[in-house]
Design a binder for this molecule. Structure first.
Ligand code: TRP
Length: 448
């Protein structure tokens, strides 16, 4: 059977979780972690936190709060990999191996770094004033987080797409530069895909703009029921009086309600808005709905946060499990780059390994336990370049994969075919895919 898909998410430990984090990230991720057909990796990115936060107490407190939050919301550490980045020494180790193959120019183009430079220039300062090498290297550390577990998929917001492209870029470069040495031990990085959650609502904050720490408009997730009610009653609305019809889709109260209510409740509330429900009444209903969902997790959260030693132990157990998974890979990578025992002479390459390096890309179709049909395009070194969406009929898989090979490296022909092949929102390395299909088509043409 095909490898389970590995889905990986990192959470930077600088803040206190709020309702926007819960609806946009935590709740969907925990739901996804219950799927039997995937392996989920969730980690606390405390090394990333150091890049933007110089307050040690805050980094520690945030790590505690975020760990307790995920556990309180139902993450089962026995079913997933749940760990703290700094407990995995293989991650900084891989960061260095990747750093040594990363083009400096690639990092120059990172949005976050460029924005900081632009700000300096606009202020008449030296271009790199106040910019740490940590900020500059951020994308490489993130690539190591992802590549160390050969993750297939990384659910991210739009602001992180570039980081995913960089992770692919760096992984691919490493695969390429060390191809023949990696092949000796059958190692290669899987190139990760960004999964953009299109249908997860971004929650508005108390002032109607997107709920975000930087706008200071958040509702913290773990307020007491009383504080939560107060925060909800304080949401800014227009001044329409009870009895005046209100537009549901323009209202932040309605948007928040929708994020917590069932479809029936939401439909009823939409009608109530049209009928002129008063803001006070609508906010009371919103509070009741949010509190109903959060009351139980809140009790669990409070019990957990009072026992940091229990959380610490869970995290250490999670790290042991995660390290057992990534240790063999780092071993192979060290060997591949030449960080080896002096007595360990390079074995002559086995014929099969040589063949693997020069092997052609492949399209394989298969059926999953969900009964659906899939195909994937892999590079000669086994790296997955394209993973299809689910199809009901095998003939659709056959038709599409034949059309892809037929299109070869024709970008125009490929664009539409790739869109049909993958779930909406998939970010692909189109250039790599084009190159692989081009080789495949050329080989097929030679056979004819
Ligand atoms: N950069 C991510 C953010 O700010 C956090 C993060 C660090 C991450 N490493 C990661 C996310 C690896 C996904 C995968 O949201």
């Amino acid at each position: 059977m095909a490898d389970k898909r590995r889905i990986l998410t990192g959470i930077t430990t600088t803040g206190t979780p709020h309702l926007g984090n819960y609806v946009g990230a935590i709740r969907p991720a925990i739901a996804a972690s219950r799927r039997a057909d995937v392996e989920s990796f969730y980690f606390l990115a405390d090394y990333h936190a150091l890049i933007k936060c110089g307050d040690p107490a805050r980094v520690q407190q945030s790590t505690l709060e975020i760990a307790a939050t995920w556990l309180a919301c139902g993450l089962d550490p026995d079913k997933v990999f749940f760990y703290r980045q700094s407990d995995i020494p293989e991650i900084p180790e891989l960061t260095w191996l990747l750093t040594c193959v990363t083009a400096k120019g690639l990092l120059n183009r990172a949005h976050a770094y460029k924005a900081a430079v632009d700000q300096n220039v606009a202020a008449g300062e030296d271009a790199d004033a106040g910019i740490t090498a940590g900020l500059y290297m951020y994308p490489v550390l993130m690539a190591a987080d992802i590549l160390i577990f050969n993750a297939h998929e990384v659910p991210v917001g739009r602001d992180q797409i570039q980081h995913l492209e960089m992770a692919r870029d760096v992984g691919q470069r490493f695969n390429h530069l060390y191809a023949e040495h990696l092949a000796v031990n059958g190692a290669a990085f899987t190139l990760p895909e960004a999964r953009i959650e299109e249908n997860v609502a971004t929650l508005p904050g108390t002032d109607g703009r997107k709920m975000s720490k930087s706008y200071d408009n958040t509702i913290p997730l773990w307020l007491s029921a009383k504080e939560l009610k107060k925060a909800i009653l304080g949401i800014v609305t227009d001044s329409r009086a009870p009895g005046e019809p209100k537009e549901a889709d323009a209202s932040n109260v309605f948007a928040l309600y929708q994020a917590f209510a069932s479809a029936e409740q939401t439909a009823a509330m939409r009608q109530a808005f049209a009928d002129g429900i008063g803001w006070g009444e609508a906010k009371q209903a919103l509070f009741a709905c949010v509190d109903a969902e959060l009351a139980q997790p809140r009790a669990r959260y409070e019990a957990l946060i009072a026992k940091p030693e229990v959380i610490e132990e869970r995290l250490l157990a999670g790290a042991a499990k995660a390290r057992a998974r990534c240790a063999p890979l780092i071993e192979k990578l060290r060997w591949a780059v030449g960080v080896r025992k002096l007595t360990d002479r390079a074995a002559p390459m086995r014929a099969s390994a040589v063949a693997a390096v020069s092997a052609l890309p492949q399209i394989k179709s298969y059926r999953e336990t969900d009964g659906k049909f899939y195909f994937k395009l892999t590079d000669g070194d086994g790296a997955v370049l394209l993973q299809s969406r689910a199809f009901d009929a095998p003939k659709d898989v056959g038709r599409l994969s034949a059309a892809l090979i037929d299109a070869g490296d024709d970008a125009t022909a490929l664009a539409g075919l790739l869109e049909q092949s993958t779930p909406p929102g998939t970010v692909l390395s189109v250039e790599t895919i084009r190159a692989a299909l081009g080789r495949l088509k050329a080989a097929k043409d030679r056979e004819k």
